[in-house]
Write a protein that binds this ligand. Structure first.
Ligand code: THU
Length: 142
């Protein structure tokens, strides 16, 4: 699943992508002007959204994916079954390195990551293609 056409997306994938795009409008990004929305589907089929929240003390800002993960955990979800990230621009708004690792904590290696812009779906990846040879919870299991 590196680059399926949008026609191959399932209805619930499209709903997830729409949720990420809609979330962009709620971003707090006064410094970069770059709004990001993220939407996660959990193991219960519930969707959780998040946005980037910037801060005048720049390093204290947080990414949209982190917000969506926090919302999922708060709601009782523990497994990311799919995630969508939406941001404007010609370049794909793929998750930053730190967020790839955050996603890794709760997602299987083949979990789809749907990248979108304000107009819709752009490209799909799986987690293992964005974060190969990753370190995860399995490494710490006894
Ligand atoms: N950003 C995200 O929210 N997620 C990412 O994966 C990449 C970057 C945000 C952080 C910051 O508020 C803005 O985009 C510019 O870096």
């Amino acid at each position: 699943m590196t680059q399926p056409s949008s026609l191959s997306l399932k209805d619930n994938d499209n709903a997830l992508i729409k949720a990420a795009i809609a979330a962009m409008a709620s971003a707090y990004a006064p410094y970069s002007g770059f709004s990001v929305g993220a939407a996660i589907r959990d193991e219960h089929g519930q969707i959780h959204t998040g946005v980037n929240v910037e801060n005048a003390a720049y390093p204290q800002g947080s990414c949209a994916e982190a917000g969506a993960i926090a919302a999922m955990i708060m709601a009782g979800g523990r497994q990311i079954t799919a995630i969508s990230v939406a941001g404007k621009g010609d370049l794909l708004c793929t998750p930053c390195g730190g967020c790839r690792q955050r996603i890794r904590e709760f997602a299987a290696l083949k979990t789809p990551i749907f990248i979108a812009d304000e107009n819709g779906f752009r490209q799909a990846f799986t987690l293992d293609t964005l974060l190969p040879h990753s370190f995860g919870p399995d490494h710490l299991e006894k």
